[in-house]
Every structure is written in structure tokens, then in C-alpha cells.
Design a protein around this ligand. Structure first.
Ligand SMILES: O=C(O)c1ccccc1NCC(=O)[C@H](O)[C@H](O)COP(=O)(O)O
Length: 269
């Protein structure tokens, strides 16, 4: 199964990281860094009725190569010009052809908050995310124990990062709600084990979220009808990668899918 293979690769990467990243040194470096840009806050004060996390995604396990002419900083700039609230950057190299370098470059190019989209299984990856310039990390409930999810969440927040906690089914959501820490929850419409996508997953799970949680619908959103459907189901934001990556003009594609910016200039969240 692909997800198991991805996690096995992450264990190898973490072994290497154990040699190259010293936690004490990382803490000292992070203490001198600028504060993170507020990822969750950008979604709360969104530019449109539905918030947008636009993803920089070259390839995926389910679709192979998605965007051959891939220029991450240029794509991020186009997203920012189109008024995205946040950007997600895939940093996994083996399965998504992503890179930490892409995130570093994008951070220099745009001002919007950045999600480091990767498969976090060890605390060192959280230090690494902060060091490469991420403002938020993804924690995927499907690959973590309850204890890991809870302690990684706390560590990320202590390092100043926001956390998008991702779920795909009821047991995962129950675990996340039981921990009681997450304020930003992503419902992935894609089953990461089978790659089957279904927007009804958003409808089913968002209905179970307590008030006050910012809900994001992730994956397989590619039409205005899809956006309307997940909004109707209660999503305050959407995370979209492949659809935008397949368009030659990414800036126009954002405006066509999400509509014009409605937030008044200078208005805060
Ligand atoms: O995209 C995949 O094929 C995939 C396979 C296995 C694990 C994760 C995967 N994708 C990560 C994501 O969650 C998506 O990149 C993200 O939600 C955007 O989805 P989409 O708009 O469908 O590109």
C-alpha cells in the first residue's frame, strides 16, 4: 500500500535527519527567527467567502506527473496575485517531486503563510519545517498514534507553527476531537490508502465538528459546483492542488473557481 511505502521512506529520511539536525541547536536558531505568518488567522480573515489554500504540486502518487513546466516560485507568485489566503508546498521528493528548497524559495517570493505539506512522523521534521520557513505543518491522523498527534501538535505550537490536522474518517476524527487541541481541521476527500476521492466525506465529517473549529475541505475539488458543495457542507476553506496545476494560467484559474475577492482592502480578519 502506497501510504505504508511513504511512511517507510519517511522513517529513512528521519534516520538521516537524526544525524544532521541537532535539536538544541535547532531551538537556538528558531529562537532568533521571525515569528510565523498566521496561517489559521489568514483563513479566518479570508479574502473570499471561502478561504483558499492553493497547493504547489508537481506530481502525486495517484496521478504521476501533473505539471511538467514546474516553477514553484512563479506559481506561488501567481497564487498570491490571485488572492489566495495561504499556500501549501509539497516538500516530499520521492512521491510528489517536491523539495524543502521549493518552500525556502517560495517564502522569499510571497508574503502569504505557507503550509509545509509532508508526512510528519517524528518531532525532528517539525523543527525542520520551522527552519525552512514554514508557517504551518500538516499532521495526518491516519499515520499517527493519539500520543504522537498530541505531542507533535504541542511541539509545533511551541515552535510558533500553526497546525492543520487531517482526517478522513470517523475514527480519526474521534481521536482528534478526543485530544481536544486542534482548532484547524482538514477533511481529506481522498482516501490515502486507496486514492478514492469523494466529496461526501467532507459532508459527513464537517457535520460532526464542534463550533469554533476552522474546517478545510481537501482534495478532488475542481469545479464551482464542487466548491459550492463543500461550502454548503460547512467548509470555511478549501485546499486545491491538481486542478490549478493543470491550468496554464494559474491566476485566472483561481479567480474562475473561487470568484472575485470580496474582502475590503485594509480589513482585518
Ligand atoms: O495526491 C495524492 O495522490 C496523494 C496520495 C497519497 C497521499 C497524499 C496525496 N495527496 C496529498 C494531498 O492531500 C493533496 O495534495 C491535496 O489535498 C490537494 O489535492 P488535489 O486538489 O486533489 O490535488
Amino acid at each position: 500500500m502506497f501510504l505504508d511505502r511513504i511512511v517507510a521512506t519517511k522513517h529513512e529520511e528521519v534516520s538521516a535527519l537524526k544525524k544532521s539536525l541537532n535539536i538544541g541547536q535547532a531551538e537556538r536558531t528558531i529562537a532568533g527567527l521571525e515569528s510565523c505568518r498566521g496561517f489559521e488567522q489568514a483563513l479566518i480573515g479570508r479574502n473570499r467567502p471561502v478561504g483558499l489554500i492553493a497547493e504547489v504540486k508537481k506530481a502525486s502518487p495517484s496521478k504521476g506527473l501533473i505539471r511538467p513546466d514546474f516553477h514553484p516560485a512563479g506559481l506561488a507568485q501567481a497564487y498570491e496575485e490571485a488572492g489566495t489566503d495561504c499556500i501549501s508546498v509539497l516538500t516530499d521528493s520521492d512521491y510528489f517531486q517536491g523539495s524543502n528548497e521549493y518552500l525556502k524559495r517560495i517564502r522569499e517570493q510571497v508574503k502569504v503563510p505557507l503550509l509545509r505539506k509532508d508526512f510528519t512522523i517524528d518531532e525532528r521534521q517539525i523543527y525542520e519545517a520551522r527552519l525552512i520557513g514554514a508557517d504551518a505543518i500538516l499532521l495526518i491522523a491516519a499515520i499517527l498514534t493519539k500520543n504522537q498527534l498530541s505531542s507533535f501538535y504541542t511541539l509545533a505550537r511551541d515552535l510558533g507553527l500553526d497546525v492543520l490536522v487531517e482526517v478522513h474518517n470517523r475514527p480519526e476524527l474521534d481521536m482528534v476531537l478526543d485530544i481536544g487541541k486542534a482548532s484547524l481541521i482538514g477533511v481529506n476527500n481522498r482516501d490515502l490508502k486507496t486514492f478514492i476521492t469523494d466529496l461526501k466525506v467532507t459532508e459527513e465529517l464537517i457535520a460532526l465538528l464542534p463550533k469554533g473549529i476552522v474546517a478545510v475541505s481537501e482534495s478532488a475539488i475542481s469545479s464551482t459546483d464542487d466548491v459550492a458543495f463543500v461550502r454548503e457542507a460547512g467548509a470555511q476553506a478549501v485546499l486545491i492542488g491538481e486542478h490549478f496545476m493543470r491550468q496554464s494560467n494559474v491566476r485566472n484559474a483561481v479567480n474562475e473557481l473561487l470568484g472575485p475577492i470580496t474582502k475590503k482592502e485594509g480589513a482585518s480578519g
